[in-house]
Design a protein around this ligand. Structure first.
Ligand code: NAP
Length: 253
């Protein structure tokens, strides 16, 4: 053990999940940990939550977990994060671009800053992290999975106009990255519908009921229901699945 990292476990995959201190990212980290993979938890402000996730996964699954604070929108911080992963494990096998933000505001109140913050985190962030990791992943092959949203496909809200555009952009980025990295890295996209996380904790109750009525399954997803699809895309069973977008929305009209 060096610095809390179990170096004996390097035969397992090394999986970086951006934005994994909470919500869907945390659930993705747990699903990979169940398989015994080495996990890299990334976050921007939630030191305590990230530390708790690390302890929990190490204790429950006996895996090696590295916690790295880095803002995905800042190239230098991303580069330092990737250097730290390479120094620790020597490689990156799977990247999940999950970190994202949604700013809840009425259409008329939305500012250019809101647009820039949203696009920078949700779209430019995945580009920065993918390019930085891609340089290492190309050597051995690997998997990149982007977490977009059905808001980028078929569910639109004027109150999240910039978010919806950022997720449509992330779907397009998926296609470009798949082309750029062929045939060595599979690049796919998961587009969740509504999921029970902090992102939706302040939704008005009437909107929740209206949206549940539109979902064929009649409820929001739990984070692990998204995570299991991500783990499948990263598995050998999905080796010939490339450049696809999988909606995980329970059916929605
Ligand atoms: P969440 O609970 O709000 O968690 C967001 C995560 O992203 C946190 O770990 C946060 O870190 C991290 N993060 C935010 N900005 C970051 C940055 N600049 N650099 C690094 N990390 C950053 O969100 P969620 O609901 O789990 O959503 C995860 C992803 O799924 C997002 O891309 C979201 O758009 C997408 N999605 C969510 C839903 C849904 O209904 N919840 C539906 C479709 C798609 P801190 O804890 O440090 O703040």
């Amino acid at each position: 053990m060096i610095g809390g990292i179990n170096l004996n476990s390097t035969s397992k995959r090394v999986v970086l999940i951006t934005g994994s201190s909470r919500g869907i990212g945390k659930a993705i980290a747990e699903e990979f940990a169940k398989l015994g993979d080495n996990i890299v938890i990334n976050y921007i402000v939630s030191d305590n939550e990230a530390g708790r996730v690390k302890k929990e996964l190490e204790k429950k699954y006996g895996v090696s977990v590295l916690c790295i604070r880095a803002d995905v929108t800042k190239e230098e911080e991303v580069s330092e994060m990737v250097d730290c992963i390479i120094d620790t494990y020597g490689r990156i096998d799977v990247l999940v671009n999950n970190a994202g933000i949604a700013i809840d505001k009425e259409f008329d109140d939305r500012t250019i800053k809101d647009w820039k913050d949203t696009l920078t985190t949700n779209l430019i962030g995945p580009f920065i992290v993918s390019r930085c990791c891609g340089r290492y992943m190309l050597k051995r092959g690997g998997k990149i999975i982007n977490i977009a949203s059905t808001n980028g496909i078929n569910s639109f809200f004027p109150t999240s106009v910039d978010y919806d555009s950022s997720k449509a952009g992330l779907i397009n980025l998926t296609h470009n990255l798949a082309l750029q990295y062929k045939p060595y890295i599979n690049v796919n996209c998961v587009a969740p519908g509504w999921v029970n996380t902090d992102m939706n904790k302040d939704l008005p109750l009437d909107l929740i009921e209206e949206e549940k009525a539109r979902i064929y399954k009649g409820r929001f997803a739990e984070p692990k229901e998204i995570a299991k699809v991500v783990v499948f895309l990263a598995s050998d069973a999905a080796d010939y699945i490339n450049d696809v977008v999988i909606k995980v929305d329970g059916g929605y009209q």
